[in-house]
Ligand binder design. Structure first.
Ligand code: ZN
Ligand code: ZN
Length: 276
């Protein structure tokens, strides 16, 4: 059915294939949620705000919460799951996650109307999208990043990760849009107000990615077809947009056409990624 639908698209509406639109509705330690759509499918990746707030942010970018086809969850931490259960129940939205994440998030998510399990490493179709989950190193139960494909267009997403594994490096190749954590500046983190144990956790291999590590990965995966980069999970205390730009631009030598730093309080504009 999915194949027929995309064949129909190829034949009659070629201009509508290979297009993905994305807005990071908000990102940081207080909440994360990403909206992504193709011509036929509208999904959320993580719901770290309550349903009302997600609905409000969707309205800002001209979309309605009732239109969502699915919620994908990266891992159980509350800044990614806070609103997931109530949103799924209220709007009857199926929740896609791996069984380990589900077990770890049971208390936060509560009863869900429909659960769809995926296995990290195995791709699965979601209407006209193909989702490829992959493992990330982070202090959660089996946390995932995602590659999301619509035809030739590929979006790579990694929100919380402590370091760059070979798997992440490999999964991020040839993406048209990269959504990647750029959490902290190591010096600001060390000098900042956090207790020593939290500083240790953030900078550990199961913590969060520094601007420098983020820049290093971006330098390795950049290519002529890369249309945009959205940097996410930026710490409001241990980071600064100017430091991010310096670190990223130093690594990349030249910026891609679109370089966006997502913030905690408002959605980014809806970016159109066109794989043609
Ligand atoms: Zn986390
Ligand atoms: Zn997080």
């Amino acid at each position: 059915m999915i194949i027929n639908k995309s064949n129909w698209l190829v034949i009659y509406k070629g201009e509508e294939t290979n297009i993905i639109r994305v807005s990071v509705l908000g990102s940081g330690s207080a909440g994360n949620s990403i909206y992504l759509e193709s011509s036929y499918t509208k999904i959320l990746i993580d719901a770290g705000f309550n349903g009302k707030e997600i609905a409000r942010r969707l309205r800002i970018i001209g979309r309605r919460i009732e239109e969502l086809d699915a919620l994908l969850i990266t891992h159980e931490h509350i800044d990614h799951t806070r609103g997931g259960g109530s949103l799924a129940r209220r709007y009857g939205i199926p929740v896609y996650l791996n069984p380990d994440t589900h077990r770890a998030a049971l208390a936060i998510l509560g009863e869900l109307p429909r659960v769809e399990y995926f296995n990290p490493g195995s791709s699965f179709p979601l209407q006209d999208l193909v989702i490829e989950p992959f493992y990330l190193p982070h202090d959660a139960s089996n946390p995932n990043g995602f590659n999301i494909y619509e035809g030739e267009t590929k979006v790579s997403i990694a929100l919380d990760l402590g370091y760059i594994t070979n798997l992440v490096r490999e999964r991020f190749q040839q993406a048209r849009l990269v959504i990647l954590e750029s959490n902290h500046d190591p010096e600001l983190l060390q000098l900042g107000p956090y207790p020593w144990s939290l500083k240790q956790r953030i900078s550990s291999k199961l913590g969060h990615l520094s601007n420098q590590l983020s820049g290093k990965l971006l330098a390795e995966v950049t290519h002529s077809g890369l249309e945009g980069i959205i940097l996410v999970h930026v710490s409001q205390i241990n980071n600064d947009p100017t430091l991010i730009r310096i670190a990223i631009e130093k690594s990349l030598r030249h910026s891609p056409p679109k370089l966006v730093i997502a913030c905690q309080d408002k959605p980014t504009q809806l970016l159109t990624i066109n794989g043609h």
